[in-house]
Design a protein. Structure first.
Length: 276
């Protein structure tokens, strides 16, 4: 069994909101692995807060933007250590420059973006310059993009959260895309629809559902059926098209889209948030 320190227990408590003793037991059972400990807490029925943030370099800026033709959208996260630096004009300007380069060159990954040419140097060299000026740890840590017939970007106030959404066609109005981008920001879906949920997530949710039912004393032969019911609830709450539409909870997002255009489809979305 791993020797778990009080600092490690407190870190898990800050990440999850669970009790100190529950966190200690979960870490001991997981041999110090935080992600595994979080799953253990969930299996035991603990209500775990969605704060899986790395406490280092937790500040920074998240911004999203679409290309001039609205067919490509990108979102990036530039991290630093303090809120003071995150609000620095030069730091913000650099993030916007990097995003504009992304829209021009359409890199697919953060590494590709870091290696783009920037006035005869690489984008990552610009990050290094900022590190030298501020003395803070920094990283262009995350970058995502969507390419579609029509794309939209949403920047939440404060630049700590941003989303991008791609649609299969241009409806002639910005309203639908804007509403969907805000839905993604507010409800943080894991996939567009049930069929798009990764198998590893499905497997984990079934495992957690079975263990929760077992902890509640349900018969062993009923565990899988109960877990499947919990999985259906997971799909409802965590897939974009099946979520309640935040502007009208009498509709699902899928129903809202069909009201706009029966042939309209969500091609993809991305969501970045500081601390998540």
């Amino acid at each position: 069994m791993a020797n778990i320190t009080a600092a490690e227990v407190n870190k898990l408590r800050q990440m999850t909101g669970a009790g100190m003793m529950d966190c200690k037991k979960a870490l001991e059972e997981a041999n110090g692995d935080y992600e595994q400990a979080i799953d253990i807490l969930r299996k035991k029925g603990q209500k775990v807060a969605s704060k899986r943030a790395d406490k280092e370099a937790k500040e920074g800026i998240v911004i999203a933007k679409t290309s001039a033709d609205n067919k490509f959208a990108a979102v990036l996260m530039l991290n630093c250590e303090t809120d003071f630096v995150a609000k620095n004009a030069e730091f913000i300007a650099f993030a916007k420059t990097a995003l504009d380069l992304a829209l021009s060159h359409k890199p697919k990954t953060a590494d590709e973006l870091k290696n783009l040419d920037w006035n005869g140097r690489k984008v990552m060299d610009g990050v290094t310059d900022l590190i030298g000026k501020t003395g803070e740890k920094m990283d262009l840590s995350k970058y995502e993009c969507v390419e579609a017939a029509r794309t939209f970007a949403y920047n939440h106030q404060g630049n700590r959260l941003a989303t991008i959404v791609g649609l299969s066609k241009d409806t002639g109005s910005d309203e639908t895309g804007h509403q969907l981008a805000m839905q993604v920001a507010a409800m943080s879906p894991v996939a567009v629809d049930q069929a798009d949920v990764p198998q590893e997530i499905i497997k984990k949710e079934i495992e957690i559902g079975m263990e929760q039912a077992r902890e509640e004393g349900k018969p062993e032969n009923m565990l899988e059926k109960i877990a499947q019911g919990k999985l259906n609830k997971f799909y409802k709450e965590n897939t974009l098209l099946n979520q309640d539409f935040i502007r009208d909870n009498k509709l699902t997002v899928g129903q809202y889209i069909k009201q706009v255009d029966a042939d309209l489809k969500v091609v993809g979305f991305r969501r970045l948030m500081l601390g998540a």
